[in-house]
Write a protein that binds this ligand. Structure first.
Ligand code: ZN
Length: 132
């Protein structure tokens, strides 16, 4: 695994959170994107070398809606950049991690993504992402 690619934060209302993070980081979000298959609308901020992804649910069955119901707003996942997501999934499976989607799927911001179940990662949802 390489550097932390971004940190994902679950929010109730993307519009007001965009304003909040713009004030916090001193920079406007550079992108908004909806991932229909995941029931999520995202926005991205860059702060120096760091990237923050805000996630809002677009329907009640969205994983983000479920997360908000259970835990409220807050850090939702940490994403690591990987060079070969297929090889990394195979390696992590062998190490005993539970991979939520063994076939990488298309995520936001032009990435192939896969997630590790938080049960096997000390309660933190881990995203692997590979630039397409
Ligand atoms: Zn993410």
């Amino acid at each position: 695994m390489n550097k932390i690619e971004h940190i994902g934060i679950a929010v109730k209302d993307l519009k007001s959170s965009n304003i909040l993070f713009e004030k916090l980081l001193g920079v406007a979000h550079y992108k908004e994107e909806e991932v229909l298959a995941e029931g999520v609308k995202t926005s991205f901020f860059k702060s120096g070398p760091n990237k923050i992804e805000l996630l809002e649910a677009t329907n009640p069955d969205s994983p983000i809606a479920k997360f908000l119901d259970k835990k409220g707003e807050g850090v939702h996942h940490i994403a690591f950049a990987v060079e070969d997501i297929v090889a990394e999934i195979a390696r992590l499976k062998q190490e005993g991690f539970t991979v939520l989607n063994e076939t990488p799927k298309k995520g936001a911001d032009n990435k192939l993504v896969a997630f590790l179940h938080p049960k096997t990662t000390n309660g933190v949802l881990i995203e692997l992402c590979q630039e397409i």
